[in-house]
Design a binder for this molecule. Sequence first.
Ligand code: HEC
Length: 127
Amino acid sequence: MPFSPSLRIVRLLRPTLWALALSAPLAAWATSAATSSASATTPATAGPKVQDISLIAGTCANCHGPDGRSPASIPSLRGVNERHLLARMQAFKAGTATDATVMNRLMKGYDDAQIQALAAWFSKEAH
Ligand code: HEC
């Protein structure tokens, strides 16, 4: 077989090509190692933090209307007394609200701090 110059280039570059081929998985491994060690130090509580309450409150809009102002029969939340909202949400979570259809299941997904923050958030007329 005649010696082809392109083959020679490949031979010359072989160590470089190996280095490139090896560096990609190594970089991926290093990144995943860094991420997993970072997540090991984060608190076990999953989901949005209390600081991100506007994100949680946004999920209520589907049923309670944009910004908590309901256009239909589901009650509005915006501007409602904070203690009333808190008591209702705590009763849903505890399973003691007799009129609950969906809120009992929904509120189980939130911790006390998030429920308090939601009550405070919706009780204010504006943000
Ligand atoms: C799937 C629709 C749906 C979503 C999403 C939803 N709600 Fe409700 N909510 C309801 C319904 C329906 C009621 C009436 C009680 C029931 O049937 O469970 C209610 C009642 C309430 C009440 C009681 C209001 C009152 O004056 O008695 C509060 C407080 C409340 N929801 C807060 C929230 C918050 C905060 C969120 C978001 C984290 C949320 N809801 C998300 C449907 C929903």
